[in-house]
Write a protein that binds this ligand. Structure first.
Ligand code: UDX
Ligand code: ADP
Length: 470
């Protein structure tokens, strides 16, 4: 077994940054370099002010403070880092492909491929390459064939590779906790020596019974399956939320009663506006693509329905808002509370807020958007790229919304308040104050089921809460 002394992680994003921070914290004898092509991102990771790191994750800044400059470094010197490392993690982004074969379904592997080419050209000696990004099944084969495409590197030195799959199961907002105390660590590969080397890194803080070793394909497929199962639970409970509204049942009560069955379990049964985040939709679509590739059309259709229900949930919320506001949103102001795809993150990728806000803008509403961590520029950029928004509105998206740092400023003189992210602070808003600053009649739409109905009923609001029958 090779003892790992230096790790290079390519990609300083939501996965690479927090993961390597925890590895550095738990493995003081390993030097870790996180490299990225994006200079601004690296600058942001290196800046003094820890409250302005590029990623917001509870507990992250404290770790960065402990290990940055000690055994954790952020840089743009990708080639140098590749040359001098024993182990390289690939943590680059793998968005859904926009054009060509598999467009809209499978992942765009151009960033992964570029990494593999760079590694192939620059590495010296034996290097263990670890896929960390979520990837379609059999990507390891692609990486391996690129790595092995030449016998020597660019400068004529001998080199060889082992490829491992080590999928990341961290959830944003709880990334540090998930990394420090994971349910399991999965390592897939066919080189027993390389597997042992990576296992040894994790054994610095993770009990050995939590480390699962499988073949490469099982590891890659397990990651897609885990995310597909989680997303499936959300679409399932969201579908039941609509039945609750029609029948008079209450979604929280149903979820509680159902989740008490130990075979089902209580977690991941919160009904809401639909799942977001960079993984769920992409991973299910990759699974769908894989099924179609192997001619398993019924199975492809089965998983595709999880995504369909998710889109439907967002659309039905938007239609409901329009209906409650008398079918007309022009000249109406709607306060949007929350834009990130869930609480405790500044990430907006696939956030349900994007589609719902886009539909409302198209309908003529003026949005006053508030979020505790998402920046105005990111909201503007995201909405101006949303294909749901009509092209003429997209061009002048700044006329369709304003961003408010203060939640009460967003709410002031609005006709409706729409809660889209479950930020804790939204649970304790001053409804007395709010009732005096909105336009009447005021509708409050709680898509995250976080408000206390009894409190709101004391004031003059019309309330709609997801999953509550009238
Ligand atoms: C997910 C997986 O949980 C993680 O293991 C994987 O590595 C990456 O993808 P993440 O996307 O960060 O993590 O967040 P997660 O907590 O899983 O939430 C995803 C979405 O589902 C969010 O939009 C969230 O609001 C929604 N959700 C989650 C619900 O609507 N209800 C729930 O009960 C749980
Ligand atoms: P994830 O959620 O998977 O971490 P992010 O988009 O947050 O995705 O981060 C991926 C990072 O990978 C980005 O900062 C991007 O600049 C970086 N990246 C993409 N391709 C390369 C590459 N070839 N070399 C170095 N960094 C790359």
């Amino acid at each position: 077994m090779a003892v790992i002394k230096k790790i290079c992680c390519i990609g300083a994003g939501f996965v690479g940054g927090p993961t390597m921070a925890v590895v550095a914290d738990r493995c003081p004898n390993i030097i870790i370099e996180v490299v990225d092509i994006n200079e601004d991102r690296i600058k942001a990771w290196n800046q003094e002010d820890l409250s302005r790191l590029p990623i917001f994750e509870p507990g992250l800044s404290e770790i960065i403070n402990r290990v940055r400059g000690k055994n954790l470094y952020f840089s743009n010197e990708i080639e140098k880092s590749i040359k001098t490392s024993d182990m390289i993690f690939i943590s680059v982004n793998t968005p859904i492909k926009k054009n060509g074969i598999g467009a809209g379904e499978t992942s765009d592997l151009r960033f992964v491929e570029l990494c593999a080419r760079q590694i192939s050209e620059m590495a010296i000696g034996h290097t263990i390459v670890v896929e960390k990004s979520t990837l379609p099944v059999k990507t390891a084969q692609t990486i391996k064939s690129i790595l092995d495409s030449a016998v020597k590197n660019k400068t004529g030195e001998e080199r060889s590779f082992s490829v491992l799959s080590n999928p990341e199961f961290l959830a944003e907002g709880t990334a540090i906790e998930n990394l420090e105390f994971p349910d399991r660590v999965l390592i897939g590969g066919d080189d027993a020596v390389a597997i042992e080397s990576l296992k040894e890194v994790y054994l610095n803080w993770i009990p050995k019974e939590k480390i699962i070793c499988t073949n490469l394909w099982s590891s890659e497929l397990s990651k897609l399956t885990a995310n597909a199962f989680l997303a499936q639970r959300i679409s399932s409970i969201n579908s039941i939320s609509a039945i609750c509204e029609s029948t008079g049942a209450e979604i929280k009560e149903v979820a509680h009663a159902v989740g008490k069955d130990s075979r089902i379990g209580e977690k991941f049964l919160r009904a809401g506006p639909g799942f977001g985040g960079s993984c769920f939709k992409k991973d299910i679509l990759n699974l769908v693509y894989l099924c179609k590739y192997y001619g398993l059309y019924e199975i492809a259709e089965y998983w595709n329905n999880i995504v369909k229900i998710n889109s439907w949930q967002k659309k039905r919320i938007y239609e409901l808002v329009v209906n409650k506001l008398y079918g007309n949103l022009s000249d109406k102001k709607i306060a949007i509370l929350g834009f990130s795809f869930k609480a405790n993150t500044n990430d907006t990728r696939e956030s349900p807020a994007i589609d719902i806000c886009s539909y409302l803008i198209n309908e003529g509403a003026y949005l006053k958007i508030h979020d505790y961590k998402v920046s105005e520029s990111l909201i503007k950029d995201t909405l101006s790229k949303s294909f749901i928004v009509s092209p003429n509105k997209r061009e002048k998206i700044e006329n369709c919304f304003s961003f408010k740092n203060d939640v009460y400023e967003a709410i002031k003189s609005s006709d409706a308040i729409l809660i889209l992210t479950e930020w804790d602070k939204y649970k304790s808003l001053d409804w007395d104050k709010i009732s005096k600053i909105t336009r009447k009649p005021t509708w409050v739409f709680d898509t995250r089921v976080i408000l206390d109905i009894k409190t709101l009923k004391k004031f003059d609001f019309n309330l709609w809460q997801l999953g509550f029958g009238e």
